[in-house]
Design a protein around this ligand. Sequence first.
Ligand code: MRU
Length: 353
Amino acid sequence: MSPTIPPKTIQWVGGLNGHVLMIDQTRLPTELVMIECRDAETMWEAIKHLRIRGAPAIGIAAAMGAVLGIRDYGGSDRRGFLKRLDEICDHLGTSRPTGVNLFWALDRMRKHARSTETADIGALKIALLDEARRIRDEDAAMCRAIGKHGEALIRPDCGVLTHCNAGGLATAEYGTALAPLYTAHDRGRRFRVYVGETRPLLQGSRLTAWELQQAGIEVQVLCDSMVGALMKQGRVDLAITGADRIAASGDVANKVGTYSLAVLAQVHEVPFYVAAPSSTFDPLIPDGSGIPIEERDPDEIRCGFGRLTAPPDVPCYCPAFDVTPARLIRGIITERGLIQPVDSERITETLRD
Ligand code: MRU
């Protein structure tokens, strides 16, 4: 069987004067359109409006966005350069609040500039481009490792439920929650995947179903409200999702609906796993109550399909993410191995350098 070639979600094309090329995820599944991004403001808009989305992919986009912003710096002094870089990173950091990979990547860019000991501004710019590319390549490698650590969970002929999109589109390539599926598939195993639509923006039906079909993996879409019925029929052997931020306690913020899925999984004795790279852990936040949750435009609920599906002025509750407590999570699959049981000691141990 030929190995799965996932779509190239985001890449830097050319040298310092090049551009970022990425899939416009708002256009899928009807059109596969690539967009070119040549300045930091366009990148901010792309992140804000989910043209690029998924915590690791957002981190890569932000790092590349920082390069797009700083490459036009015309001054010759290092202090001015670092100050301008901070301004650009601060601005990119306002695009979305929940996924910690965004801040992790921007922090890495700032630190890399400070630790690159040169007064040559051109060399600093190149060093930042190299770092952004490294962030992308490391993410791809982490996803492959997550696939290897998680593939044994995917038993022959099992039913796997996922939510939102934590696949190649949400990362450099290959994905987090979908990585064990791709690896098992590449090893010739057959299984079924169920994915909830993921209202309001339908990342499950638009993106995950598209991605899995491209890879030749059997997938069935259901409305989010059907998950309980599916589990009750005994069709789900395992649930896996990605994560946007994992607190020190192991509480996980992920796409809204993940918490309901985890509660249902517990009631039906379905093991619920999370897959995430170390860049998604936030050791500075003790537990899930401290994770900032993005609120989105109510119109995404009221007229998400280009037509009103609710009274135009009806108030809506529209968090983009929810938090699943660690006690509902059987294990977290990372590039360094499986964290099980999920508690702060095991997390600290696994993430220690
Ligand atoms: O709003 P989105 O589409 O960016 O939300 C994405 C998710 O919640 C993913 O599950 C998460 O970022 C993990 S992606 C590997």
